[in-house]
Structures are given as structure tokens and as C-alpha cells.
Design a binder for this molecule. Structure first.
Ligand code: FES
Length: 126
């Protein structure tokens, strides 16, 4: 029987061993990366500079949306920012819901029910 338990920094999946089962079927331990929180249900319009490196927040905890401020190191270990360099200057829409299928760009996923009905993440004061 597989059991999934959510901890502060992610999920742990394990198998409970029946007391009468042989030791060779002992518990399997694995971790899954944390799910991103939703800091915005709309994309961010951003003017990018060609050749400049940007770090798009993938965890949703950054206070500098849509860009990374390092919050994933404490609040979403296992996730890291997406670094990208645009070829030329451009005005783009960067995803704010963190569930796009074309990161870092908005693909309209924020209009789906699982985003519109989900709670919006409010950053803690500290
Ligand atoms: S804001 Fe995430 S897909 Fe549009």
C-alpha cells in the first residue's frame, strides 16, 4: 500500500510493509519536487532586453514576481528558477500562475478551472 505524505518542503511517498511480509519488500522511499504556489492568476507584461539573463520564478514564493528572489531555497527546496536569455528586446507576457506548459511564457493555462478555483498565494510577512 503506497502512502503519500505532504511535509513542509515536499512530498514523501512510502510503502507500508505488512508485519508478516518478508524483509525484501521493505519500504521504498522517494521524494517528489514540491508543487508551485500561485502568486498571480494573470501573466506579467514585461519588457525584456535582448542578451540579458533572466531568472523566472518557478516556485511562486518570490516577492519579485515574475522573477526569482531566492525564496525557493527556503520555501520550495527541489524547485529552481528557469534561466533564459532573450535573443532581442521584446515585450512579452511571463506566466504568473506557474503552471504554463511553455515556461516562462503565458500559454493561457491560467484560464483553466484548476487555476481559477485554486487559492491565491499570499506571501508571509517574514
Ligand atoms: S499566467 Fe500562467 S499560463 Fe497564463
Amino acid at each position: 500500500m503506497n502512502t503519500l505524505v505532504k511535509l513542509d518542503h515536499g512530498w514523501i511517498s512510502f510503502t507500508l510493509r505488512q508485519p508478516w511480509a518478508p524483509a525484501t519488500t521493505a519500504s521504498k522511499l522517494s521524494t517528489l519536487p514540491p508543487e508551485p504556489v500561485i502568486p498571480s492568476k494573470k501573466p506579467f507584461k514585461v519588457e525584456l532586453v535582448g542578451g540579458k539573463c533572466y531568472s523566472w520564478c518557478t516556485c511562486g514564493h518570490s516577492r519579485k514576481q515574475p522573477f526569482c528572489d531566492g525564496a525557493h531555497k527556503f520555501k520550495a527546496q527541489g524547485l529552481s528558477p528557469l534561466r533564459f536569455v532573450p535573443e532581442k528586446d521584446a515585450t512579452v507576457w511571463l506566466c504568473g500562475c506557474k503552471h504554463t506548459n511553455n515556461p516562462p511564457y503565458c500559454d493561457g493555462t491560467h484560464k483553466q478551472d484548476f487555476i481559477t478555483s485554486a487559492p491565491l498565494h499570499e506571501p508571509a510577512d517574514s
